[in-house]
Design a protein around this ligand. Structure first.
Ligand SMILES: NC(=O)c1ccc[n+]([C@@H]2O[C@H](COP(=O)([O-])OP(=O)(O)OC[C@H]3O[C@@H](n4cnc5c(N)ncnc54)[C@H](OP(=O)(O)O)[C@@H]3O)[C@@H](O)[C@H]2O)c1
Length: 253
C-alpha cells in the first residue's frame, strides 16, 4: 500500500512549481489530490497530467489572500472529495524586489505579507475546524531559506512574512497536537522551478551552487519528497518542525 492511500490532500499553489511536484508525488502515493491556483490553463494542465497517470484529482481556482475564495473552494472540495486530511499551504510569492530597506513601498510590504503570511493564516483557518472535528489532520506550511538566515540581498517583506509563517506553524502545532493534528513547515533554498530556470542568470546559478555543501541547486521533487515525509505516518511523532530543504546551505542548530 502506498503511504497516502485513501487520504484527501489539498495543495495550494499547485498550478506550477513546487506545488505541482507535491501534488503529483502525493497522487502517485495514493492520495486523492486537489490542485489549486489562479491560472486556469496551467492548473488544467497539471490536473490532466495527474489524471493521465491514473490519479484522482479535482482542480479549484481562488485567491488565497481572500477568505471568501478559500471558503468557496472548501465547500466544493468537501462536496466532491470530502474534507482534506492533508493541507499543504504552499501558495506564496515575493512581490517586492530585494533592495534598500527604506525604499520598500507600503503597497509592496502589504502585498507580500498578504500573499504569504495572511494567505497561510486564512487557508488554515478555513480547513482546521473539520480536522479538529474528525480528531486528525496534517498541515504543512511553506517558508524559505530567506527566513532562516539574514542576507543583504534578501527581499525583507518576503523574509519577514515567511518567518511569521514559521512562528504561526509552531504556535498552531502546540495548540492542535491534542486534536490529532500535526503542523510542520518546509524552508527551501533556491529551487529550480521552471520560473527560476528562466529568471536566474546562468552565472548566478553557478555562484549559488557554491553556497551548497551538496553541490547542486534543489529541484521541486526534492521539496515534494520532504513534504511526503511530513504528510505520511513516517513522521508520526514530528510536529512544530521547520525542515530545511537546502542541500546543507542552511544549518540551524
Ligand atoms: N522556488 C523557490 O526557490 C522557493 C524557495 C523557497 C520557498 N519557496 C516557496 O515555495 C512556494 C512555492 O513556490 P514556487 O517557486 O513553486 O512558486 P511559483 O512557481 O511561482 O508558483 C506559485 C504558486 O502559488 C500560486 N499562488 C501564488 N499566490 C497566490 C494567491 N494569492 N492565490 C492563489 N494562488 C497563488 C500560483 O498560482 P497561479 O500561478 O495559478 O496564479 C502558483 O500555483 C511559495 O510559498 C514560495 O514562497 C520557493
Amino acid at each position: 500500500m502506498s503511504s497516502l492511500t485513501g487520504k484527501v490532500a489539498l495543495i495550494t499553489g499547485s498550478s506550477r512549481g513546487i506545488g505541482a511536484a507535491i501534488a503529483k508525488l502525493f497522487s502517485q502515493q495514493g492520495a486523492k489530490v486537489v490542485v489549486h491556483g489562479r491560472d486556469q490553463a496551467a492548473l488544467s494542465k497539471v490536473r490532466s497530467e495527474i489524471e493521465q497517470a491514473g490519479g484522482t484529482v479535482i482542480e479549484v481556482l481562488g485567491d488565497v489572500s481572500r477568505f471568501s475564495d478559500i471558503e468557496s473552494m472548501r465547500q466544493r472540495i468537501e462536496t466532491e472529495l470530502g474534507p482534506p486530511d492533508i493541507l499543504v499551504a504552499n501558495a506564496g510569492a515575493s512581490l517586492t524586489p530585494p533592495g534598500i530597506f527604506e525604499d520598500i513601498t507600503e503597497e509592496g510590504w502589504h502585498a507580500t505579507v498578504n500573499a504569504n503570511l495572511t494567505a497561510t493564516f486564512l487557508t488554515i483557518k478555513s480547513f482546521l475546524p473539520a480536522m479538529k472535528a474528525r480528531g486528525s489532520g496534517n498541515v504543512i506550511t511553506m517558508s524559505s531559506a530567506a527566513a532562516r538566515r539574514p542576507h543583504p540581498q534578501s527581499p525583507v517583506p518576503y523574509a519577514a512574512a515567511k518567518a511569521g509563517i514559521q512562528m504561526l506553524t509552531q504556535h498552531l502545532a502546540a495548540q492542535v497536537g491534542r486534536h490529532g493534528i500535526r503542523v510542520n513547515c518546509i524552508a527551501p533554498e533556491t529551487i529550480l522551478t521552471e520560473r527560476n530556470k528562466r529568471m536566474i542568470p546562468d552565472a548566478q546559478k553557478t555562484s549559488l551552487v557554491e553556497i551548497h555543501p551538496i553541490k547542486r541547486l534543489g529541484t521541486p521533487d526534492d521539496v515534494a519528497r520532504a513534504a511526503l515525509f511530513l504528510a505520511s505516518d513516517e513522521s508520526a511523532w514530528i510536529t512544530g518542525m521547520i525542515l530545511d530543504v537546502t542541500g546543507g546551505a542552511v544549518m540551524v542548530t
